[in-house]
Ligand binder design. Structure first.
Ligand SMILES: Nc1ncnc2c1ncn2[C@@H]1O[C@H](COP(=O)(O)OP(=O)(O)OP(=O)(O)O)[C@@H](O)[C@H]1O
Length: 298
């Protein structure tokens, strides 16, 4: 594991904001760290970066205990927490060159990172004129300059338009192809589900779910999605026939899926009772709904 925490906790005064979190972030993964606003994501990330001291629990990064190997570990982590530190009056390239000189990194590496984050053509433009998405990408290039093994990003897509979100997503995928591990937080599942290999979902400081994206989809119970000319009548008819109903809306209803045969039986029952069926098929709830169910179930 690249990151492993056990029983990690933190309180601001008497408000416990991180409550016994055990993270497991495998090497080479894009780990989406999800939770609604205020769930405790930034606080957890600050503990991983040793910017806050954990109240309780342990943190191992690259299989080494963080506090006793602080410098060695932090040298191999690139991070972007809150706003990227960018000088607005310098060009994108000058911003990176400044840091490259400090780190004794070559100009070639700067050019390579500009190319990776697709800012080559804007390299000589003042960073103050960059869009929010370009600034985020410059911040990520900044974090990647010293070739870290692990990249930790706190809400990198916050405030970006759909195009900016896609650009960051594609960038994450290119970074992982270079053999790195990416730990990225977000309050929107839809922003990470298309790129994450693993997810951890927290709420009120507690881990509600951790596993692969596939595990998350597997707990997503399938339903039969039924569209008829009269949802209320259809629901009453099904109830009278002892069929469970999960949800009734004006234009559809949902019944937990048990078998293919059941779909046929429900269809026959509805049609024989004068209800017109426009559509009936097996469906998974979308992941965003599942995310809300998980975070609201606490
Ligand atoms: N410096 C602080 N002093 C007191 N309370 C704080 C401090 N920083 C954060 N908190 C509180 O801790 C809780 C967790 O905040 P945190 O920033 O970790 O959440 P988050 O999941 O990152 O949310 P967001 O996406 O809104 O940043 C919140 O209730 C917040 O108000």
């Amino acid at each position: 594991m690249v990151i492993r925490t056990q029983g990690l906790s933190f309180s601001f005064g008497n408000q416990q904001v991180v409550n016994s979190i055990s993270l497991e972030v495998p090497e080479g993964s894009i780990y989406g760290f999800l939770g609604p606003n205020g769930a405790g994501k930034t606080t957890t990330i600050k503990m991983l970066l040793n910017l806050l001291q954990a109240g309780e629990g342990s943190i191992h990064i690259f299989d080494k205990e963080l506090k006793s190997n602080r410098i060695e570990i932090l040298k191999q982590i690139g991070s972007l927490v809150e706003q990227p530190a960018i000088y607005q009056h310098l060009t994108g390239k000058e911003n990176l060159m400044n840091r490259a000189m400090l780190l004794q990194v070559s100009e070639q590496r700067v050019n390579d990172m500009l190319s990776l984050v697709q800012l080559t053509s804007a390299a000589n433009k003042k960073a103050g004129q960059y869009s929010l998405g370009m600034k985020q990408r410059l911040g990520i290039a900044h974090a990647l300059l010293n070739d870290p093994k692990l990249l930790i990003l706190d809400e990198p897509t916050n405030g970006l338009d759909p195009n900016g979100i896609i650009e960051i997503r594609e960038l994450m995928m290119r970074i992982v192809k270079e053999g790195k591990t990416v730990f990225v937080s977000s309050h929107l599942l839809s922003e990470v589900e298309k790129m994450a290999t693993h997810v951890g979902i927290i709420n009120h400081g507690k881990m509600m779910f951790q596993g692969t994206i596939q595990d998350l989809q597997n707990i997503n119970q399938p339903h039969i999605f039924i569209e008829t000319d009269n949802s209320a009548d259809a629901a009453n008819l099904l109830k009278r026939n002892h069929i469970d109903i999960t949800e009734v809306e004006n234009d559809y209803l949902l019944v937990p899926f048990t078998s293919k045969q059941q779909i046929g039986d429900i269809n026959n029952l509805l049609v024989q009772n004068g209800i017109t069926v426009f559509g009936i098929n097996k469906k998974h709830k979308d992941l965003e709904r599942l995310f809300l169910d998980i975070t609201q179930s606490n």
